[in-house]
Ligand binder design. Structure first.
Ligand code: V47
Length: 370
């Protein structure tokens, strides 16, 4: 395939020669009017890495509290501690919630919440221990780098010490949230009380050094520039060169409803698809690119499987962060729904566990093939 856009043609030649894309290439990919061309290149990389497979998992999200001291302008989920609409689960409620929907034999609990000023690190450790006791075979993917930073501040420990304690209590890996966009200028406006971009990277580095895998994300479609996005991707890529600890990158489209940034228009299908494709091309060392269906809609997440993505996330069961911010997607897809979406995109569905080992199900039972 020859490209009319000369910058894309040059990028194609670099990829053919096995050369790494740089900052200028990233900006050119964002600016190219030829989305199909960008997608063609990304799909080629995706198929070289994963053939025809699209990964999914059977998971459940648990958000123990929406109380948050941070008040990020990007967020519609966090509430002040005295807000009558705020909630905080008791440990028993967390454990009970985890069991709901368990008939689909979830392999992962995805656990994130607000920065609660009263819950202690011991409380979180107890929560993890209780989950492991009740659901020993379920992987606990818990706490963003931002939560780790806050636990450290509150408990007067280092972030490394916090990670060690949580790991001992049963945390198996970390999700990718809270990264937003690393630019200080952007963070001052959308999430000024959160850890800095450098701190986020440092916590991720420490987690990886302790043998914990994590995911990574980028929140786009608010006040950031294309240059900010490329810079963010390159900072993730640089850390991955060092640690190889990231499993999956998930681009997250900003949902403005019920946030102080409600005036910002929603992202478009074209933009969402481009984000997947650019990520696949720039993040040559991160194995997977996830099209998070709750955020993208099932339809766009399906199309993304031909534009660079090889993962569609999981069953989720109950989602709050995006639904508080206006998402109109379902909150719960069954395993069969995910199979259908993937097959109709012409891909071969592979159920995975959190570490991307294939899961084989025999009727209602399941085993992880190592
Ligand atoms: O950390 C918050 C973002 C993240 C809004 O690791 C918002 O597998 C858009 O990180 N509009 C949480 N985004 C979601 C997340 C995630 C999701 C699925 C899978 C994984 C994974 C991680 O959502 C937050 C923040 O960056 N967010 N509010 C909003 N209004």
């Amino acid at each position: 395939m020859m490209f009319e856009d000369q910058r894309l043609q040059r990028i194609r030649e670099k990829l053919d020669a096995g050369e790494r894309l740089n900052y200028e290439d990233g900006v050119a990919l964002y600016r190219s009017p030829d989305l199909l061309g960008v997608g063609w290149l990304a799909n080629r990389v995706r198929e070289q890495k994963h053939g025809n497979k699209t990964f999914f998992n059977v998971n459940r999200h648990i958000n123990p509290t929406d109380v948050c001291v941070a008040s990020c302008r990007l967020c519609a989920f966090g509430k002040r501690v005295r807000d009558p609409k705020a909630y905080t689960m008791s440990l028993e409620e967390v454990w009970e919630k985890a069991g709901h929907g368990y008939t689909e034999a979830v392999t992962e609990f995805h656990i994130v919440g607000g920065l609660h000023p009263e819950l202690t690190l011991d409380w979180y450790c107890e929560m993890l221990r209780g989950l492991k006791e009740r659901f020993p075979q379920v992987h606990l993917k818990a706490f963003t780098m931002v939560e780790i930073g806050y636990f450290a501040q509150r408990s007067k420990l280092t972030t490394r010490e916090v990670l060690v304690k949580l790991k001992e209590a049963g945390m198996d890996s970390l999700p990718g949230g809270g990264a937003e966009v690393f630019s200080d200028r952007v963070r001052r406006i959308i999430c000024d009380h959160k850890i800095t971009g450098d701190q986020w990277i440092n916590v991720a580095r420490e987690a990886h050094q302790l043998g914990l895998h994590s995911n990574c994300t980028m929140l786009y479609g608010h006040i950031e520039t294309e240059e900010d996005r490329v810079d963010h991707l390159l900072r993730l890529r640089a850390l991955q060169d060092e640690t190889q600890g990231f499993q999956t990158f998930i681009p997250l489209a900003f949902h403005p409803d019920n946030t102080p940034l409600e005036h910002i228009p929603k992202t478009t299908g074209f933009g969402d698809i481009r984000e997947i494709a650019v990520a696949r091309l720039m993040l040559d060392n991160i194995p997977h690119i996830k099209a998070y269906w709750v955020m993208m809609t099932e339809k766009i997440a399906q199309i993304a499987q031909r534009f660079g993505s090889d993962d569609i996330d999981g069953t989720i069961v109950e989602e709050r962060i995006y639904h508080d911010a206006g998402a109109t997607t379902s909150q719960n897809l069954r395993r069969g729904d995910l199979l259908r979406l993937i097959r109709e995109a012409g891909r071969e569905p592979v159920e995975r566990d959190t570490l991307y080992r294939p899961v084989e199900r025999v009727e209602n039972a399941f085993t992880v093939l190592v």
